[in-house]
Design a protein around this ligand. Sequence first.
Ligand SMILES: [Zn+2]
Length: 749
Amino acid sequence: MHPGRPSQHRPLTSSALGQWLWARLGPVLAKLCLLGLALWATVGLAQAHAPSSGLASRPHPRAESLTQALMTLGMRHQLADTATKSRLLSQLLTAATERQALLAAIIQDDPGEVLRLTLPADLRASLPPAVRALVEEEMEVEGELEVLHEDRDVGSRFVYFLKTARRRFALHFAAHPPTHLETATRVRVTGVQVGQALALGSSSTSVQTLATALPNTFGAQPTLVILVNFQDKATQPYTVATAQNVVFGQTSNFDLENSYGQTWLTGTVVGWYTIPLSSTVCDYATLASQAQAAAQAAGVNLSTYRRYVYAFPQNACTWWGLGSVGGQPSQAWINGSLALKVVSHEMGHNFGLYHAHSLDCGTTVLGTNCTTSDYGDTIDTMGNSAAGHFNAFHKDRLGWLDYGTSPMITIVQADGLYTIEPLETASPGPKALAILKATDATTGKQTWYYVEYRQATGVDSFLSSNSNVPNGVVLHTGSPSDGNSSYLLDMTPVTASWSDPALVVGQSFTDPNAGVTITPVSVSSTGATVSVSLGPLVCVRANPTIALAPSQSQWVQPGSTVTFTVSVTNNDNAGCTASTFALQAAAPSGWTVNLTAPTLTLSPGASATTTLQVTSPAAATTGLYTSNVTATNSANPTSTASTSATVALVSGLSVTLTTDKASYTRGQRVTITTGVSANGSPVANASVTITITKANGTVLKGTATTGTSGSIVWQLQLGTLDPVGTYKVRTDASVNGITGTATKSFTVQ
Ligand SMILES: [Zn+2]
């Protein structure tokens, strides 16, 4: 109520004789019931948008406050008179412009934060069109995936693009970028568009594969090497003959040896061409198109080649090589030095390979406190040191082992002595052992040990001075479903060196979690004999996985309850018994949280769900709030995991509801007053529905529209036969799609 302003008075009459009431208000009420339903349907403002990462994003206070400003100004704009509207519109445009620029910067490093702040579709739609154009939008886009890898000494990275008929979007994944897809795969992605970039959740939830690229890893590989230099740097650091030898001599022979005679490079070197590009910029897309144009102008038929290699004098790019992972045609950029190490590595990417990593767990082979090194594999050209053979896991991916007429990999499923031949030689015997290490309880993803035997021969001659590798077996881990999962293990962890990774004859390696012991018993120039024993599984506890659905920020009005599904997965291995997980939820002070099931009992590998309800106080101020849920294994409290949900409160109409007394007797008149305001000012022309539920469940409804005072006074005449007990009153107010609700109860004696 706002004293001093005239109030609207509307009679609302009640009687034990419902017929009489309906007769008086029937025509109006029939319409109101529908309106009431429609209002309730829109009270929850939650809308689906892009999935969030599950990874912790760093809150960006300025972007968050601009997001709130957009919502507050947007609501004031909706309610304002014409003169005020134009002033508010200019403020809205200023805020939206700054916010858009900020999100475009944030998306590069923290796409999860962009997803957290993304306005849902219905709130975006409530903004004026000029403002809406500046606000991010959820989109589903189909196109061709482009996966590139920039190779540099520090800060190497994958970059992802989506090419559509007309546009090229940079893709930024908040978690788990795709490592199972190659360039040229047709995909459909769901993400939030900010300018020319899309923020996406994890590849498993935001990328749908429509068709996979065909692997081209066998036979002659028609390759065009284009030598280009720049308008300001027309140097030729090596001759055409040198380039011919590096690519079609050394690299082709490298592939021929690695593939056991199945894959080689054919084609030609063209150039040098001087292209109209400066060496002081790093624009590899333009470099590629200008190199192609120059070759075409010189009469080269580009379409007869399946792989393009652009080689050029050192320019402003800080990487030494860049390669598409797969692709048709595949592309490789060689910056400066043209050598076997660089070309075999970039063309390894072109064949579809990722890097050969290493796993360093200090003074133990495995452990819980390990670091990985991106290029850490010292004996695989996809690592950083030598142009060595692709390891057995990589060859398995290429089909150069265990496919068609390629040599076998022996899958070990029983204790025994197994013989493997040197990985380098073209003899037809088994080249590696594969032993199951673990199966991920959640995803079913398997990780295997790959045991191989390396000799200082062919392109592995660099091992001739190595006293460790040729005298034992080398172990890698890899997951066939994840191309980016090749890890060299260090079987001599007490030495800091990575040039002695092999397990030498007489030494054993045991993985108690997998129940696996590996012991090379003899090596010779023709092969290694390895003893493998598979023991019983020891119980190994692991942190559970906890997830909330929906994962995206939920936009609701203060006082609303948001419901989430909580899912918990027991990641203990099969050697453990079932465990009980205690769930705990936390919310900001003054909020209430409720978990339907406070504990979940799960067998290893099993998942279960329960429900979390988060309710904000009706008086809470607008903003983004976080609620955390933790699952802890009661039998092993260090096995714990937590996740969080964001509830974004947006201001609605503020509705008050009062009665003139708290208690009445039958026959008395009840005076009910509703006030509707927004940002502290009364709101005119709000439609208000009142719903009264009597003590016996009978429902009465009425409606009215606010005047300039923003308030409505209702009167309810209690009949002498009306039920005694508690009566509930609820008012729902709505204007321009903005809503608010208030409830109140009184007693009749
Ligand atoms: Zn690379």
